[in-house]
Ligand binder design. Structure first.
Ligand code: NAP
Length: 249
């Protein structure tokens, strides 16, 4: 059954909002947008309200782990949450961040440490209510180290392994954890744009895959689905060859 209530961590995330729109079109009626206060966050809330959902905003900074329990606890104190979507994350700038360790640490702390903290807080609350799903947006970039994005990729690898283990820890409790691994996500196609890269996807397609995965109670979802086979093959390519590949997805 589609969730009635959604907590979106990363309240302006393109994938998160595409998922919220899709779920509101089914039966989701209550949406919490957790994010850093900004006009974009307010606009996101207004856009979902216009679709008929009751939307509330809660201030949330992934880097401010000391207050996660208090901030997110407020949401669960207001009522059950059927779905938590962990969609915050930063890509960083690999070239710059390699020579700026403090910036690299911010990527790691946002994506990994912030994810660990927020996921544990929400997992505890979901367990206490006895049901619900936690969906964690990982990335194909976390599958194998790549020259082009290993700072971001390593943070996603950490988050991915963490979420897999959390899913096992919660198995049998009624709480479902699903890891979603999209390839490169592009905005919806506009007329005149060149053909998209193979195996790239869109926020709307990721949203559709999340909805299907929730229905099936999947533990892992690749978007697009064939990416799973490609990633599986690439995992076994020897490193000297792997680093020369023009596209590792
Ligand atoms: N786009 C892709 O190609 C792609 C591919 C694979 C996986 N993913 C993953 O999928 C997830 C969603 O991607 P997306 O494309 O929807 O992202 P997006 O549109 O770039 O949104 C990123 C979100 O992260 C939030 N965020 C960043 N730093 C934060 C912090 N310190 N505290 C709280 N929120 C913070 C942003 O909030 P602000 O508005 O405050 O900046 C925004 O809501 C991410 O985890 C991303 O790594 C993306």
């Amino acid at each position: 059954m589609p969730p009635q209530s959604l907590l979106l961590l990363g309240g302006t995330s393109a994938i998160g909002l595409a998922t919220a729109r899709r779920l509101i079109a089914r039966r989701t009626r209550t949406v919490w947008l957790a994010g850093r206060p900004s006009p974009e966050l307010d606009a996101a809330a207004a856009s979902l309200r216009a679709l008929g959902a009751g939307v509330r905003v809660v201030p949330f900074d992934a880097l401010d782990t000391d207050v996660h329990a208090e901030r997110l606890g407020r949401v669960f104190a207001e009522g059950d949450v059927d779905l938590v979507l962990l969609a915050f994350g930063v890509l960083g700038d690999q070239a710059r961040d390699e020579s700026d360790p403090a910036a690299a640490v911010r990527v790691a702390q946002t994506n990994y440490t912030g994810g660990v903290s927020a996921a544990l807080v929400c997992a505890g609350a979901l367990q206490a209510q006895g049901h619900g799903s936690l969906v964690v947006l990982s990335s194909v970039a976390g599958e194998r180290g790549r020259r082009a994005d290993f700072i971001y990729g390593s943070s996603k690898a950490g988050l991915d392994v963490f979420a897999q283990g959390l899913g096992d820890a919660l198995h049998g409790t009624g709480v479902h954890v699903m890891v979603v691994r999209p390839g490169a996500v592009r905005a919806a196609r506009t007329a005149g744009r060149p053909e998209p890269a193979p195996l790239s996807t869109t926020p709307e397609a990721v949203a559709g895959a999340i909805e299907l995965g929730l229905r099936r109670r999947s533990e892992t979802v690749w978007v697009p689905a064939p990416l799973r086979l490609v990633a599986s093959a690439l995992r076994h390519v020897p490193r000297p060859l792997h680093r020369r590949l023009p596209v590792a997805p």
